[in-house]
Design a protein around this ligand. Structure first.
Ligand SMILES: Nc1ncnc2c1ncn2[C@@H]1O[C@H](COP(=O)(O)OP(=O)(O)OP(=O)(O)O)[C@@H](O)[C@H]1O
Length: 750
């Protein structure tokens, strides 16, 4: 049975069922407001002695966080679904006060018993936040609660105790510039789980397509109302599991990663709020695109960064070049060499080659007496420590203790009384300190890498047997930088700096890291991410066919090894949600050349001939147009963009980075000023039409995409054909390819 009232207009009569749901929504909103007020009114100030001030500040931060987590989500209803369970499945008695364990009383395929008169179901509304009434009775359950699993996974063949699943349609009312938009329920659809599996599939498919095709106007939105069973499996995998997800374009990898973070924070909040969680994405435009998803799910405390952002966060601000840490793009060949894992050994050798065996004795004066340690006494101390596998930085400290201990042994053998104070005094004695500095010099990661990459002889010593002379020449830094601040670092250099920093002092660990577009990480970058997660776990998301970096991986198991998680569990997502079949079939023609099957990793076959191709869940007639630009590229692109703006939602014009300026000028001249993605203050929500350099298209999507001159995108870089594959798979509804030059061979005759 389904009820649909397509309008939010109060003049249109609504069915009693829909009215009841609207009333419940209004009551839940009131209850959430009261929950917020309770937090706002909570007493914070304990006093003004110093300790209390510290505690107060922490309490204030905690309160701000709780308030942010209790914020209503403007434009989205507080609940998106409802489950009617068999009576007694969820609640112990006849009310929602006492939840029972969420076990499924009916085994897979068990028929639904016919409801007896008065046989009221256990009813739960499901939303992004938990909301309870003033008596503590749940009005909306958080989607992450165990009982809500059934919303995503129950099916006619395994009902999990559910009689009926209800999904809501809503519309967002714009309340003017000074008020938040308001979500109004306009419809609901009931899915009895007593139908045949085929009927259920068809109905669920229609709902899903409607949700995916809802026009986009801004940053990515959550998919919490329509997470699919294969996605839910990954979202709810336990924290201890490191997951690696190979997924073709638009299969929901990013969405899964973000929802998994929200889920883990719900189930393991205490552990993860101590250790921290981070999301690592390919670039700042992507981060800006995904920025609203976690806050919409009530999670406001997750760091979202790029790999380089993560690696440079701990570097001293005073050493930061004025133009930013990354000032140079590495040539592909040099990038590959610098990205290889063996660079870690080059750095290790260079760092530890700084140890010096002493040539002079250490002489400690105490009163009228002098205590001497000779080089032959000191050398074993140095060798023993160097062989123990300690971090370089802590070795200095340990050496000073060893030397003090040896001096104290001498003193005691001569009848001197020694205690801990004597040990500390000897350890801090200037003679001991300067011996330590001579034997175990201080090290700074930036200076170490700078020194190594600007001194061919030093590099040759460290790289012997690891890098050929040509490879050594390729990794040297350009120019003659005087110090770290004037060096022109590349992203690959900064991964080396991070390796050096970790050799000196091990970095603090995080509880969980999600790495998106992980196929592009070099082995050295993987090591950098992995060492921040030694005792935590990772969610590694990517697509081998979308690898565009010089070091892009061709094999997930190797990448997992570099991340330090060789037993990570590999899963494949192959149901494509974003891109209609006509478009994905067109783009997938590139796959045999960009991701030859011989290079496939342990993935399953998607069923469409290539292991990395998705099977689209949607077909959309007329979604693909490929047209030669008869009036020249710019004029045709302007026409294509104008036509795309005739439809609903967002429009992305994607072209080779160097082609974009001329195209933007033509658009401006044609009355369509088009902001550039990545420009200050322009995110994907800057306007309906945005110009996207091909190099920044990864991970983004638009309702309509215009791609200008594929040949130029292919030519722009070494893995340009992979880049083109990324670019061609950004469209949700329509893709229009405009070209003057011949298309890449695989795409001809479209
Ligand atoms: N279960 C779902 N319900 C509704 N929309 C979905 C679902 N799964 C994915 N989508 C939508 O499909 C689109 C693609 O999702 P997402 O960006 O997570 O895919 P991806 O695998 O990371 O793609 P790419 O590799 O191309 O970056 C998004 O708009 C997302 O909201």
């Amino acid at each position: 049975m389904s009820t649909t009232v397509p309008s939010a207009d109060s003049a249109v009569p609504v069915s009693p069922g829909l009215q009841a749901e609207r009333d419940h929504l209004a009551a839940a909103r009131d209850a959430l407001r009261r929950m917020r007020e309770d937090v706002e009114d909570s007493e914070l100030v304990l006093g003004d002695v110093v300790n209390d001030k510290v505690t107060n500040a922490a309490l204030r931060r905690g309160r701000a966080r709780r308030l942010a987590a209790l914020a209503d989500v403007p434009g989205a209803p507080l609940f998106f679904g409802r489950l009617d369970f068999e009576p007694g499945t969820v609640f112990l008695d006849d009310g929602p006060d006492a939840p029972a364990p969420a076990s499924a009383p009916n085994g897979p395929g068990a028929p639904a018993p016919a409801p007896a008169p008065g046989d009221e179901p256990d009813r739960v509304h499901i939303g992004r936040r938990h909301v309870h009434d003033p008596d503590g009775r749940p009005m909306v359950l958080d989607w992450r609660a165990p009982v809500c699993v059934a919303y995503y996974r129950a099916s006619p063949s395994d009902r999990m105790g559910v009689r009926t699943r209800r999904r809501y349609g809503f519309t967002t009312l714009d309340r003017g510039p000074h008020a938040e938009p308001e979500a109004v329920l306009t419809a609901f659809e009931d899915e009895p789980l007593t139908v045949t599996p085929a009927e259920a599939d068809q109905r669920a498919g229609e709902l899903l397509s409607a949700e995916i095709e809802r026009p986009r106007t801004g940053p990515m939105r959550d998919i919490v109302a329509t997470i699919q069973p294969e996605q839910d499996d990954l979202v709810r995998a336990p924290l201890s599991t490191t997951l690696c997800v190979q997924g073709a374009p638009g299969t929901g990898k990013t969405a899964v990663g973000l929802h998994r973070v929200a889920y883990l924070l719900y189930t393991e909040r205490a552990r993860l709020s101590r250790s921290g969680v981070a999301i690592v994405g390919p670039n700042r435009s992507f981060l800006s695109y995904i920025r609203d998803v976690l806050p919409a799910l009530g999670e406001v405390d997750v760091r979202q960064t790029t790999v380089t952002g993560m690696l440079t966060a701990g570097l001293p601000e005073r050493a930061r070049p004025a133009a930013g840490w990354v000032r140079r793009t590495e040539e592909p060949a040099a990038a590959r060499i610098k990205g290889r894992a063996r660079m870690a050994e080059v750095l290790r050798r260079d760092l530890w080659s700084r140890l010096r065996t002493p040539e002079e004795p250490v002489v400690v004066r105490r009163g009228s007496r002098r205590w001497r340690l000779y080089p032959e006494d000191l050398r074993p101390l140095l060798d023993e420590l160097a062989g123990r596998g300690v971090a370089y930085g802590s070795g200095r400290e340990l050496l000073s203790h060893r030397i003090a201990h040896a001096v104290l042994s001498l003193m005691e053998s001569q009848g001197e009384a020694c205690d801990d104070r004597t040990h500390e005094q000897v350890r801090r004695d200037p003679a001991v300190r300067s011996a330590v500095t001579a034997m175990w010099p201080k090290a700074d990661p930036l200076k170490l890498v700078l020194g190594l990459l600007t001194d061919p002889d030093r590099l040759a010593r460290a790289a012997e047997g690891l890098l050929s002379p040509e490879e050594q020449a390729a990794v040297l830094l350009p120019g003659r930088p005087r110090g770290p601040k004037s060096a022109r670092w590349s992203e690959e250099d900064l991964a080396l700096v991070d390796e050096a920093a970790a050799l000196i002092e091990r970095p603090a660990g995080l509880g969980h890291i999600v790495v998106d577009e992980a196929q592009d990480l070099s082995p050295m970058q993987c090591r950098a991410v992995g060492r921040r997660c030694v005792s935590g776990s990772l969610t590694v998301l990517g697509d081998i066919a979308q690898g565009t970096s010089p070091s892009a991986t061709t094999d997930w198991s190797t990448l997992l090894e570099h991340l330090g998680k060789p037993t990570g569990h590999l899963s494949v997502l192959n149901r494509g949600y974003r891109v209609p079949a006509q478009i994905i079939d067109f783009a997938a023609r590139l796959l045999p050349s960009i991701a030859p099957v011989a290079r496939r990793s342990r993935t399953g076959d998607a069923g469409s001939g290539h292991p990395f191709a998705p099977v689209s869940v949607r077909r959309a007639a007329g979604s693909l147009r490929v047209t030669p630009a008869v009036d020249g590229l710019a004029a045709s692109v302007v026409d294509a963009c104008r036509a795309a703006l005739g439809g609903e939602g967002s429009v992305g014009l994607v072209a080779a980075d160097t082609d974009l300026p001329a195209l933007r000028e033509a658009l401006e001249a044609g009355g369509l000023p088009t902001p550039l993605l990545g420009e200050a203050d322009t995110g994907p929500d800057a306007g309906r039409l945005v110009a996207v350099p091909a190099s920044l298209a990864k991970g983004l999507e638009f309702d309509a995409v215009v791609v200008a001159e594929p040949a130029a995108i292919v030519e722009a870089e070494e893995r340009g054909a992979n880049r083109l594959y990324v670019v061609l798979t950004r469209a949700v509804s329509t893709l229009h390819v405009v070209h003057v030059r011949p298309l890449p061979e695989a795409l001809r005759d479209a």
